[in-house]
Design a protein around this ligand. Structure first.
Ligand code: V47
Length: 370
């Protein structure tokens, strides 16, 4: 591989990776531009195996959206409806959400992942009732709910500080924040694709506040639309800088743009090779984030399997009720069983481990022998 890294023009970066030195902005640019994807992937895999060997994480989770009514107008979103009563607009009552949990009483779920549109007319108590109700129906379950964009919206809409919002939600049962809403931090892109929701600095500031309260969070990047390679590197380095400060991010999740049924439908989706490269470069630049997640709903099951050799060590989980990506054209199943996920990890030559949201191992799947 040394000769190959040399002919790919990456031998100096390889030396830094071997000696655990931090990569620069310019080296990030080169990793995105290097034609030899396998050389980039090989380097990312070195880091992945140094941290995790072949271990590959997933969890038993239920993803829910309580409302898709949203006053923001993100150009890439196929899920949101501007107002109640519009075709496809849907807001569940607290009891309807709780019924979804009751219907899955037999499942050993460890996490509820709940995100919503920015609904202009619901009281704050709707969200606290959702949290306390979910904890009542499933005591002990981890509630990973509301993106930083929702937290910033709650603060403005209900006249609270970000910290107050987070404390009140935590009081009601919130355990951690998912990573959605990051998109691309660069104002040039955000001003075009997500012009009327919180900016990148505010997104990061909500995560900083959550970390200060002892909450763990995830962070994402929506790629494969109008962003440049430099804007990807900038996004990754902003994540790395906040992580240096707080150590509160658990996982970084690149999200592949899906073009169906939204205002950016004329753009093609990113290719599988672009997805593998984004995952690999993320692993290499984010030297202080433990986990790189290949979200199988976003990148596709087969690419997610391959990604386990390109820097990713986590596949997310069972999901079960996904709609955001399926409304935008994802062709994956909406759910996978834990047995399915274990098998696809094994088929990729890796070792499956069921984790909880905080990456404690809850089950070591055994190989079934006839
Ligand atoms: O915030 C919306 C993105 C996110 C599209 O934290 C789109 O563990 C592509 O954040 N094409 C929601 N992406 C998903 C998300 C997530 C998923 C899995 C795990 C975690 C975690 C977080 O999906 C949104 C937005 O950035 N998104 N529409 C689209 N058309």
């Amino acid at each position: 591989m040394n000769a190959r890294l040399r002919s790919a023009g990456l031998d100096d970066i390889a030396e830094k990776v071997e000696s655990r030195q931090r990569l620069s902005f310019e080296e990030g640019q080169r990793l995105f531009e290097a034609p030899d994807l396998l050389a980039v992937g090989w380097l990312a895999n070195r880091v992945r195996e140094r941290i995790h060997e072949g271990r590959t994480y997933f969890n038993y989770k239920l993803a829910l959206e309580a409302t898709n009514v949203c006053e923001a107008s993100c150009l890439f979103c196929s899920f949101a409806r501007l107002k109640e009563g519009m075709p496809g607009a849907r807001t569940l009552s607290v009891e309807q959400v709780l019924d979804k949990l009751r219907a899955r009483a037999d499942q050993p779920l460890t996490e509820i992942h709940l995100v919503n549109g920015l609904h202009p007319d619901l009281p704050f108590s709707y969200y606290t009732d959702l949290l306390s109700g979910m904890k009542r129906v499933r005591p002990g379950i981890h509630l990973k709910c509301f993106t930083a964009v929702e937290i910033a919206f709650f603060a403005e809409h209900y006249g609270k500080t970000d910290r107050q919002v987070l404390e009140e939600l935590r009081e009601a049962g919130l355990d951690s924040l998912p990573g959605g809403g990051a998109e691309i931090f660069a104002p040039r892109v955000r001003g075009k694709i997500s012009y009327d929701k919180c900016d990148g600095a505010r997104y990061l500031s909500v995560h900083r506040t959550a970390h200060g309260l002892g909450m763990r969070t995830n962070v994402t990047m929506l790629y494969g639309h109008i962003e440049t390679m430099d804007e990807r590197v900038d996004h990754l380095l902003q994540v790395r800088a906040l992580q240096d400060e707080t150590r509160g991010f658990q996982a970084f999740i690149p999200l592949a743009f899906h073009p169906d049924n939204n205002q950016m439908r004329k753009l093609p989706p990113p290719s599988a090779t672009d997805t593998l490269r984004v995952l690999a470069v993320s692993r290499l630049l984010l030297d202080n984030v433990d986990h790189i997640k290949a979200y199988w709903i976003s990148c596709g099951v087969e690419v997610a399997q391959t990604a386990l050799w390109f820097g990713a060590d986590d596949l997310d989980g069972t999901v079960q009720e996904e709609t955001i990506y399926h409304m935008a054209g994802s062709k994956t199943p909406t759910a996978l069983s834990t047995a399915d996920i274990e098998q696809l990890i094994r088929d990729a030559g890796r070792e499956p481990l069921e984790r909880d949201t905080l990456y404690n191992v809850v089950r070591v799947p055994q190989l079934l022998t006839a």
